[in-house]
Design a protein around this ligand. Structure first.
Ligand SMILES: Nc1nc2c(ncn2[C@@H]2O[C@H](COP(=O)(O)OP(=O)(O)OP(=O)(O)O)[C@@H](O)[C@H]2O)c(=O)[nH]1
Ligand SMILES: [Zn+2]
Length: 376
């Protein structure tokens, strides 16, 4: 601060200007509870496997490297997930057999949660700091399910993550009827399919090849540029084919090795991949282990934010109205009925109720619905 800055009158600063904040919680000084680790560097967690955290440090510089780390004892109880930014100390060389110490998890901008299910009774954070959720569904084979899309949208809105709908296999069936369900949502959509002529040859993790429309791959690449994106979709929709087209490699043989320094990614935890020639900060996070999202505590208010044309109608509702299919006397019915939300009002309300219903299905304990969102 300059000599003239921030002075009261002509009085110079002295110790009495310094406020000491009472430390209500701890009896020991804060620095002892939480070492500052001034020499720590920041790493981005790309995957987690049996207590080892694969991170990338000095991202986007010539010194970019993979550093494997273990959690410091004081972080034992804190989950560290793909996408986390963490502070690392110790051996940061990234050399073979080197092991750094992960001493702090930086504040997360977003968290994507997975709900409890049969295989795991605890709700867990699966991905941190994602900017967008790419919901991948096939136009056909496997059949698209609006229930899956609706639930993923709820999860994205709830987490404050931008959704993006990617329809694959448009060569097999016109996706227009499916998209008609969403035309009133302010939702970005990318339509992909094969193009035998000028398509980009891409191989799935199972070794199948397809020539994906280069326009679609380019459009998706533009949307992903500079962002951390989570890809979510049922098995067989063409996720790995698309990821391999974007990353310019087959993960099973090369892509993962480049990032993790290990063999094929076998654990079920999320894995962050870099797109080839992408802007710094571009990451694609694949989520093989996510079977369902934690939608149990989704607040209706949050979903309503995506329906500004309907939201004023909720002023007619009783306090605590959930505005869903089961709500009695919901003001949205009369609001839309009187035409106040325009011609699209009824379709929009149906959309909203689908989303709200998706949010409550799990709260009602429907494990069938919970699984529908899954990978398998
Ligand atoms: N017709 C058509 N087939 C495609 C398209 N994209 C991928 N496929 C094929 O669909 C099949 C499944 O693709 P994958 O990429 O393995 O699907 P996935 O979502 O990664 O599935 P898992 O690896 O099981 O999670 C493969 O045979 C692909 O070649 C497409 O746009 N059109
Ligand atoms: Zn209502």
């Amino acid at each position: 601060m300059s000599e003239t800055g921030n002075r009261r009158g002509s009085r110079a600063w002295d110790e009495s200007d310094v406020r000491i904040r009472p430390n209500k919680k701890g009896t020991r000084p804060r620095t002892k509870n939480r070492p500052a680790y001034d020499d720590a560097v920041t790493g981005r967690v790309v995957t987690v496997d049996r207590g080892r955290y694969t991170t990338v440090v000095d991202e986007g510089t010539p010194g970019e490297r993979t550093v494997i780390a273990a959690r410091a004892r004081e972080l034992r109880r804190n989950a560290v997930v793909a996408g986390d930014l963490v502070a690392l100390v110790g051996d940061l060389s990234g050399g073979p057999d080197s092991l750094a110490r992960l001493v702090r998890i930086e504040e997360r901008t977003t968290v994507l949660r997975r709900s409890a299910d049969d295989t795991d009774p605890v709700e867990r954070v699966v991905v941190a700091n994602a900017d967008q959720l790419v919901i991948v569904v096939a136009a056909a084979n496997p059949e698209p399910r609006t229930g899956f899309i609706d639930r993923a949208l709820v999860a994205a809105y709830d987490a404050g993550i931008e959704p993006l709908l990617c329809i694959t296999k448009a060569d097999l069936r016109d996706p227009a009827p499916l998209l008609a369900n969403y035309e009133h949502l302010d939702l970005r959509v990318i339509i992909s399919g094969t193009d035998e002529g000028t398509g980009i040859a891409a191989t799935s993790d199972d070794g199948d090849s397809a020539r994906l429309s280069s326009a679609a791959v380019d459009a998706l690449r533009d949307e992903l540029d500079g962002q951390v994106s989570v890809l979510l979709g049922h098995s067989g929709v063409g996720k790995s084919t698309m990821v391999n087209a974007l990353t310019g490699s087959t993960r099973a043989t090369g892509g993962v090795n480049a990032v993790t320094g290990r063999g094929r990614h076998t654990s079920s935890s999320a894995l962050a991949l870099k797109a080839a020639d992408a802007a710094p900060g571009t990451w694609i996070i694949d989520t093989p282990g996510i079977r369902s999202f934690g939608l149990a505590h989704v607040e209706a208010d949050r979903i309503l934010k995506a329906f500004p044309d309907l939201e004023p109608g909720t002023e007619r509702c009783e306090r605590g109205c959930r505005h869903d299919d089961h709500a009695v006397g919901c003001g949205l019915d009369s609001y839309v009925g009187e035409g106040l939300a325009g011609d699209s009002g009824p379709v929009r309300l149906a959309s909203l109720r689908r989303l709200l219903g998706a949010g409550t299905a799990e709260a009602r304990g429907s494990s069938h619905d919970a699984k529908e969102l899954g990978h398998q």
